[in-house]
Design a protein around this ligand. Sequence first.
Ligand SMILES: [Zn+2]
Ligand SMILES: [Zn+2]
Length: 306
Amino acid sequence: MQFDVTILGINGAIPAYNRHPSAQVVTYNGQNFLVDCGEGTQLQMNRYGIKRGKLDNIFISHLHGDHYFGLIGLISSFHLNYRTAPLHIYGPQGLDEIINAHLKWSQTLLRYEIYFHPLSANKPKVIFEDDLLSVETILLKHRLPTTGFLFREKGGRRNMRRDKIQEYNLQVDDILRIKDGGDYVTPDGKTILNSELTSAPRPPRSYAYCCDTLYNEDMLEQIRGVDLLYHDSTFAEEHKERAEETMHTTAKNAGVIAEKANANQLLLGHFSARYENLEVLLNEAKSVFPNTKLAAEGETFPVGLD
Ligand SMILES: [Zn+2]
Ligand SMILES: [Zn+2]
């Protein structure tokens, strides 16, 4: 089942060197989730073929403009495109006031409903859930109340073994019972245990978005073993003090978090406009966590193995 992340914006604070502010789309089983919505997000969606119609959930990490200045434009385009499906927006308290002020003063009566879900920056919480996937908040340390997002696939059911279907000549009813965890009793009364008839499900995959944040060990337990970690890596080591002042992380410390969390892969993002060439950030992170990549706009990164 598809589970990946398409990057739309990788810069912090201001656009530079053709890099845009934070935005990305997590796709799971054909459903798109927008995470942050910096200026230019709509244009980036057009550029990289992300369909607006398949987007019902938007997650905003915090209210620094580089993470949401594209949101009003997107809300407006949905309206102009005759959207009728409800839109769910998860974000910090106050974002609803900002949106409503825009709508009020432009005298816009939307053709669709917005359901606003205020996020608490005090306690991690599951904020979205369906049969296959959950999204929970991660508490981050930044100058404003800020949450990251952990997308976690739900544990799959055990898989029916094809060879056993043939061996016991199983019928549809038998297979459904076995898939629900039942054993099988043969016509001559012998019980075949479920564990013999099925194989273990694939381990569930997970993706963590941690931006913006100071180096933060408090979240390690929550993101332990994550398949893919996108982490704030605004600065290189030479600007470590600046990272602390502005409550961001250096690329090297993003590597330390990935290492300590036992992540499988690290994606660096939220780059400062002071770096035209990002190799220094990549190399510093790789010195502590080799399986690191630079996030790149328009690129899609798979979450774990399908
Ligand atoms: Zn930012
Ligand atoms: Zn910020």
